[in-house]
Write a protein that binds this ligand. Sequence first.
Ligand code: GRF
Length: 202
Amino acid sequence: KRLVVLVSGSGTNLQALLDEIAATGPERYGAEIVAVGADRDGIEGLARAERAGLPTFVCRVKDHATREEWDAALAEAVAAHEPDLVVSAGFMKIVGKEFLARFGGRFVNTHPALLPSFPGAHGVRDALAYGAKVTGCTVHFVDDGVDTGPIIAQGVVEIRDEDDESALHERIKEAERRLLVDVVGRLARHGYRIEGRKVVIQ
Ligand code: GRF
């Protein structure tokens, strides 16, 4: 299976996928990353892709007259690599109708909280501020909402009294990287069905 990974930041989730595929081999893992895209230049996630010798592309909102044009351009840039599965690994933009029309049902996202709790761009901070005792990470299919698509898998991470946002996010990311590598491999190797809000991996 062909994967395109979308990033916006440090790309440690991308790196976890790259490392796993290098260690296991694309055949046994069931997938290979064919390209990495971003919504901005100069991020470590793109440098990681370049170090791995992968094609990269950048699709910036401000380079397009409207959000819809950006969305269509992003869809084109992804489609050019003929992915079977698109993975948002810290991609911090909400995609629109065009992108979902083309990749809905094969576009997964990883979120650093236990959805439906604490959706959005500050899930780690929100769980901490709320005083939750556990939080975690969620890998889900992307639908037309914000972090609302069918959940594939989740991992629980404890919140400690001494945690600040970055310490907690680092602990979550350790669990998140393992979860994402496991889920993407299973989806690629076994195939899956989405039945309403349920995801069945064959
Ligand atoms: C991840 O925790 C992701 O869930 C969140 O931002 C972080 C990205 O980390 N949206 P990285 O860029 O994969 O290191």
